[in-house]
Design a binder for this molecule. Structure first.
Ligand code: DGL
Length: 258
């Protein structure tokens, strides 16, 4: 069974992509809604929460962990890999790799939470593949609450996006990494703002493809059950979370509160 965790419901963009690409696999998801958002928190706190989330999934039979949160992937991957025996897949490397091979000019933009941007993990990872790349980052802390409020097509959201994206536009990037679980929901606003010459990299889709490749290479890593199950656990159930989950899956989601 594939275990997936996130600070809340945003990681469901990753879970949804995995459901679509690997329909024959069972998955268990844990969204730490009670402690969301992780983005503004310190690395030590995010690491502690990530350990608890991983333990929760392992206790319920996860054989592989996907950290479906950019903030947690940025600061907690190393600790989780040292502490737990199962494979730990994070969302940064697949997106960074895609950005490195996509960018022709080598001018790449990254948008993410404060935790992700501050960690410097995206530039570091892209530069190992494309040492001459020029990476420009922008923390966008207001975007997560806007998405959670469902303000996906509001004038205010467009104004804030303009403010965040302007410096990246000025740098003439040709590739932009959506380095946060929530940002794929803003693609329709981000793409026209950046222009069609800028390629958007969606870390959730890249990660789902990576999980698929990983399981093709090591098929025995997770047990294939006769009856697949998809269970979505959360540490708190709020109306906002249910709305975001429904928007991501285009169906009402049962969120099991534990
Ligand atoms: N899941 C987080 C991320 O991808 C966004 C929400 C949060 O800050 O917890 O960075």
């Amino acid at each position: 069974m594939i275990g997936i965790f996130d600070s809340g419901v945003g990681g469901m963009t990753v879970a949804h992509a995995i459901e679509q690409l690997l329909p024959g696999h069972s998955l268990i998801y844990y969204g730490d809604i009670a402690r969301t958002p992780y983005g503004p928190k310190s690395p030590a706190t995010i690491i502690n929460y990530s350990i608890r989330n991983t333990e929760f999934l392992l206790k319920r039979g996860a054989e592989l962990i996907v950290i479906a949160c950019n903030s947690a992937s940025s600061v907690a991957t190393e600790t989780l890999r040292k502490k737990f025996q199962v494979p730990i897949i994070e969302v940064i490397s697949p997106a960074a790799h895609r950005a490195a091979v996509t960018s022709k000019s080598g001018r790449v933009g990254i948008i993410g939470t404060r935790a992700t941007v501050k960690s410097g993990i995206y530039p570091k990872t892209i530069l190992t593949e494309q040492p001459r790349a020029k990476i420009f980052q922008e923390a966008c802390p207001l975007l997560v609450p806007l998405v959670e409020e469902g303000w996906l097509n509001r004038r205010e959201t467009k104004m804030i996006l303009r403010r965040y994206l302007h410096p990246l536009k000025e740098k003439q990037i040709d590739t932009l990494v959506l380095g946060c679980t929530h940002y794929p929901l803003l693609k329709d606003l981000i793409q026209p703002r950046m222009g069609k010459q800028v390629k958007l990299i969606d870390s959730s889709i890249e990660t789902a493809h990576y999980v698929k490749k990983f399981l093709t290479r090591t098929p025995d890593m997770v047990t294939r059950e006769k009856q697949t199950s998809h269970n979505y656990y959360v540490s708190d159930s709020t109306e906002t979370a249910r709305k975001v989950a429904k928007r991501i899956f285009s169906r009402p989601m049962e969120l099991i509160c534990v």
